[in-house]
Design a binder for this molecule. Structure first.
Ligand SMILES: CC(=O)N[C@H]1[C@@H](OP(=O)(O)OP(=O)(O)OC[C@H]2O[C@@H](n3ccc(=O)[nH]c3=O)[C@H](O)[C@@H]2O)O[C@H](CO)[C@@H](O)[C@@H]1O
Length: 355
């Protein structure tokens, strides 16, 4: 009988990316793969691009730290999700469940645990997210990207694996990036990526400095769903809501990157040796995980950091100039960074637990 693995994780692309890198390996190795995600989340769309994966949608609810009327109905949705995941997993009987976090993963981890099926979690942020913290007691192992994360976990559970970066991102073609954007090779290229959902504050900073920036750079701006600005359609400035297949070419083409500090994105830019200016999501809007990610990268000399509370027009343009002045030194440090075979390491953990 074929071996079986269930994946879960969702809510944002950052909670799906590692799964997308792992799934093709398990399919090639002859495993049966199921993805348990939410009914309408981004994970459904991203997983639909993979062949050989069964998608199971369950009811899910968000765990918010602020008031919302949905806080009353969401616990019921989560309970329904646990029941749905439990029933599905009881019949499907995976050897192992792999959870990348995000709110949809909690019912799946609980459903698996109730069936006494082993769970492996993956945490790519330096400080563990709420969903993963809730799931930790039910997991056998927790694979982490940052070595510092181990200190936040129960001693016997944490395994440092390094950053899993999708193989396709390493195959980018610079020339195709230029053709796709209609850019010339005469000016350097700035790639702006506000995380998988876009970043309003970064979008505003780019647009209010556009004429000045376009004197020196060409800009490709991934700005998030519904956030393309029709007024700003200028030569040398291309906007996209979200990019899938062409992202590798855009990264290959970029000289400098301005980005949020979501963990997957920053490790991808590190792997591609792109000097970055990181503008992490503020503490007011999150648990501050991106600030911690960014400061760790800054300490290693891979980026410059500009916090949102310091984000004025002048600070923004000065930070870009200073990044450009330091980009050779940053690129050298990036070349010297240890690249681990994180994908193999996670696969080995999963195979061992599945045994
Ligand atoms: C607002 C929010 O809660 N953000 C969190 C979310 O970020 P977010 O979902 O933005 O996650 P990451 O930056 O870690 O990863 C984004 C992923 O989407 C991909 N991508 C992005 C844009 C695009 O056009 N095309 C594309 O393929 C990137 O290549 C990357 O693989 O998860 C991260 C990982 O847990 C956290 O660190 C972030 O704090």
């Amino acid at each position: 009988m074929k071996k079986r693995i269930a994946f879960t994780g969702g809510g944002s692309a950052g909670h799906v990316t590692v799964n997308l890198a792992l799934i093709p390996h398990f399919i090639r190795a002859g495993w049966e793969v199921v993805y348990i995600g939410s009914l309408t989340g981004i994970e459904r769309e991203l997983v639909s691009g993979l062949t050989g994966v069964q998608y199971v949608g369950i009811s899910s609810g968000k765990l918010r730290r602020y008031f919302d009327w949905k806080n009353i109905t969401d616990p019921l949705r989560v309970t329904k999700g646990v029941w749905q995941a439990y029933r599905f997993l009881r019949k499907w009987k995976p050897q192992v469940i792999f959870s990348k976090g995000g709110f949809v993963s909690v019912p799946v981890v609980l459903g698996g645990w109730l069936n006494r099926q082993p769970v492996v979690i993956h945490e790519s942020d330096l400080t563990p997210g709420l969903a993963n913290r809730l799931a930790t007691p039910f997991a056998s192992k927790i694979c982490v990207t940052f070595p510092e994360t181990i200190a936040h976990l129960p001693e016997e559970k944490g395994v440092h694996v390094g950053a899993v970066v999708r193989e396709d991102l390493k195959q980018g073609n610079r020339d195709q990036g230029f053709t796709f954007c209609g850019f010339t090779k005469k000016k350097p290229v700035l790639l702006v990526m506000g995380g998988s959902l876009g970043a309003r504050r970064i979008n505003e900073a780019v647009r209010s400095n556009l004429p000045k920036l376009l004197e020196t750079y060409q800009i490709v701006h991934i700005c998030g769903k519904g956030q393309v600005d029709e007024q700003s359609k200028l030569a040398g400035y291309r906007q996209f809501e979200y990019v899938q297949d062409e992202l590798a070419d855009l990264i290959a083409m970029a000289d400098l990157v301005i980005s949020r500090a979501g963990s997957n994105a920053i490790f991808e830019f590190l792997a591609m040796q792109k000097p970055m200016l990181l503008i992490p999501l503020s503490k007011a809007a999150s648990r501050g995980d991106q600030i911690v990610n960014a400061r760790s990268f800054e300490k290693q000399g891979f980026c410059h950091v500009l916090e949102e509370e310091d984000l004025t027009n002048d600070a923004f343009t000065q930070a870009i100039t200073s990044l450009r002045e330091n980009c050779t030194a940053i690129a050298t440090r990036m070349q010297q960074a240890n690249e681990q075979d994180a994908l193999r390491h996670v696969i080995a953990v999963l195979q061992e637990i599945a045994h």
